[in-house]
Design a protein around this ligand. Structure first.
Ligand SMILES: [Zn+2]
Length: 126
């Protein structure tokens, strides 16, 4: 179950925090410990938040509707930027099987689908 995985990673992170605290010398200010603990909390809460979001992205927790919407927009932007990057690199994907192909590839190396529109009739099948 997903929550069990979170609990395990929290336990691992918790151990790291404990040993980190033991190593702290007397000369290190309490302020550094506070900052470290805040960073740790931030990471842990991000892990929990991401898991909660992904388990049901279409049912916002009451009061967090705007945040859910913003996350959705951010995911869409990310996808669009990644597609633009692929395009800039000349990478595209087989419409049939989804395998990545490079600019100039005529056939999908996995399923043999013709990757150039209009050339299907001349195409060979792997
Ligand atoms: Zn393919």
């Amino acid at each position: 179950m997903a929550f069990e995985k979170i609990r395990q990673s929290l336990a691992v992170i918790g151990q790291g925090t404990k040993s980190g605290v033991q190593k702290v010398s007397d000369g290190v200010s309490i302020n550094n410990r506070i900052q470290a603990e805040k960073r740790s909390l931030e990471r842990l809460l991000a892990v929990i938040g991401e898991q909660v979001y992904k388990e049901d992205p279409d049912t916002p927790i009451p009061g967090l509707e705007d945040e859910y919407e913003a996350v959705k927009v951010a995911y869409a932007n990310l996808k669009s930027y990644e597609e633009q990057l692929d395009q800039a690199k000349g990478i595209f994907y087989c419409p049939l099987c989804g395998k990545a192909a490079a600019k100039g590839d005529k056939y999908c190396e996995k399923c043999g689908t013709c990757l150039i529109p209009g050339e299907e009739s001349k195409g060979r099948r792997a």
